[in-house]
Design a protein around this ligand. Structure first.
Ligand SMILES: NC(=O)C1=CN([C@@H]2O[C@H](COP(=O)(O)OP(=O)(O)OC[C@H]3O[C@@H](n4cnc5c(N)ncnc54)[C@H](O)[C@@H]3O)[C@@H](O)[C@H]2O)C=CC1
Ligand SMILES: C[N+](C)(C)CC(=O)CC(=O)[O-]
Length: 484
């Protein structure tokens, strides 16, 4: 499959898709007649570059090329994935699909971002109905993994399977929905909450700020990691879900909510909500709010990744496929042991990468080298590990948020009980830090030093021999306060 995506409509959602595809290495052709489309895509790319790579501890593929096509035919030609994100109007989408199918490959995936239309509605009047599916994303598309994937009876199963594969490769989480219903799953839930929130404001029960606090200070934190059913199972105590349903079930019929009743969005209500929203958030521009949202999402997602929970589990799975290739230990060059972007969470009050993060980078890079040498989770489970006994870090230049850092390693001593490693942290051609560490191989049963298993010993001894003729690094063996 060629890795070219066509993005039709480049507003909030189309620009987000363009950024997600491009940062995952796809070439992207955008078609949107609006004179502001280019700027919207550029802004989304900037936000994505500042956030998406920061989710990962491995390098993303080289960024794809983003071009703006003069016409729709030029955009969709040769594209393997065509993503429609024009306004939510069925007539507009029908006209667009007819033109797309006249020019695109019949094998291409033709996906709609629609929030509410079903595939059967979208396919009406199409030349090849089975080619059109729903791939409903969430804003910001370059950070949130969920995509609701829906086909109709006309949709070949292998097309959905292919779509799932592509979305997986983009680091996204396709949720394939068998039933065709208006608004799929997530927007039905969101609409119920949204309707209720509008009533609370209209009835003067709560302000927009109070409602947002009620979500973000409480159940919003639970939903990000456990969703609704798992959370309520716990709320049933040891009696679990059955007890929860018996206890709170009756409230559903009292009822606590306004159910399907929709408040009239007359000018007075629009003004009331808009004024409250201005008071709540008007001090910030939309761009500032987007940056805050993205920084917070990156931090939340990274914590979830560490805990392998919720969307963090998706990230982990995707990252496993992005790992650096293992080097040949006999190569007479320092291998790159870490290649990543500096995330916002690594920056301190001085506005640069905090000293503790240099140790983290060197520690992760050292673990990577040892992993290549054979110190795998299985080897560790069998009792073979290392303990660090000494570390010396020199900070030679500042590292900023978003910088791409590369660590290179040299094995000075290896193969026996001692493992002496020299590491250099580079940003482009700037050497920003060096780290020198002495580690001891240990037997985890006795927790005392021991020679490593042959496989690990041989790999490290070969790397040491391969590195031996490299120029001796300036700074090896330095101590704090040493006279020049
Ligand atoms: N905004 C949101 O939160 C979400 C929206 N969606 C869905 O994504 C779709 C797009 O929504 P938004 O990005 O919010 O809309 P938007 O209004 O921000 O962007 C729509 C873009 O389509 C362009 N456009 C209009 N006619 C076109 C045509 N014939 N060919 C190419 N481009 C054309 C417009 O110039 C505009 O840039 C809708 O179907 C919506 O339901 C899905 C998930 C979330
Ligand atoms: C408001 N909306 C229906 C367009 C929202 C979505 O479709 C998904 C989202 O990102 O919340």
């Amino acid at each position: 499959m060629t890795r070219k995506a066509a993005i039709l409509g480049a507003g909030v959602i189309g620009a987000g898709w363009a950024a997600r595809f491009a940062l995952m290495g796809w070439d992207v052709a955008v078609f949107d007649p609006s004179p502001t489309a280019k700027a919207t895509v550029e802004a989304a790319l900037d936000r994505a570059r500042a956030s998406l790579p920061a989710l990962y501890d491995s390098p993303l593929p080289p960024e794809g090329r983003v071009t703006h096509a003069a016409d729709l035919a030029g955009a969709v030609r040769d594209a393997a994935w065509i993503q429609e994100s024009v306004p939510e109007r069925l007539d507009l989408k029908h006209t667009l699909f007819q033109e797309v199918q006249a020019h695109c490959s019949p094998g291409a995936i033709l996906a709609s971002s629609t929030s509410g239309f079903t595939p059967t509605e979208l396919q009406a009047g199409a030349q090849r109905p089975g080619q059109i599916i729903v791939a409903h994303p969430f804003n910001p598309v370059y950070l949130l993994p969920l995509v609701e994937l829906v086909g109709s009876g006309e949709t070949p199963r292998d097309l959905l399977a292919k779509a799932e594969q592509v979305l997986d490769s983009l680091g996204m989480a396709p949720l394939t929905i068998e039933a065709e219903v208006p608004a799929h799953i997530a927007d039905r839930l969101l609409e119920a909450v949204w309707r209720e929130a509008l009533w609370l404001v209209k009835d003067g029960v709560a302000t927009t700020g109070q409602i947002d606090d009620a979500i973000r200070l409480g159940f919003g934190l639970r939903w990000a990691q456990m969703g609704l059913f798992e959370t309520y199972r716990i709320a049933g105590g040891d009696g679990g879900m059955a007890h929860f349903l018996r206890q709170f079930g009756p409230a559903l019929k009292w009822p606590w909510t306004r159910l399907m009743d929709v408040p009239e969005l007359d000018e007075a209500l629009v003004q009331k909500i808009a004024a409250q929203s201005d008071t709540q958030s008007g001090a910030h521009s939309i761009a500032e709010l987007e940056a805050m949202r993205d920084d917070n999402l990156v931090s939340i997602l990274r914590v979830l990744k560490d805990r392998n929970a919720g969307a963090g589990a998706v990230l982990r799975g995707h990252e496993a496929g992005l790992a650096l290739p293992a080097p040949d230990p006999d190569t007479p060059a320092m291998p790159v042991t870490l290649d990543r972007q500096v995330p916002v969470t690594w920056v301190d009050y001085n506005g640069h990468m905090n000293e503790a993060r240099f140790l983290q980078a060197f520690s992760n890079a050292c673990d990577q080298l040892l992993h290549w040498a054979g110190m795998t989770p299985e080897a560790i489970a069998a009792g073979h590990s290392v303990f660090t006994v000494e570390t010396h870090i020199r900070h030679l230049d500042e590292v900023q948020i978003g910088d791409r850092i590369r660590v290179k390693a040299r094995v000075i001593e290896g193969g026996g009980k001692k493992f002496h490693i020299w590491q250099e942290l580079w940003v482009g051609d700037r050497l920003c830090a060096t780290g020198e560490q002495m580690l001891l191989h240990v037997d985890l049963a006795t927790r005392r030093s021991a020679v490593p298993p042959d496989r690990i010993a041989n790999w490290l001894a070969r790397a040491k021999a391969a590195h031996a003729d490299l120029p001796w690094p300036e700074g090896v063996g330095r101590a704090v306060g040493q006279r020049a």
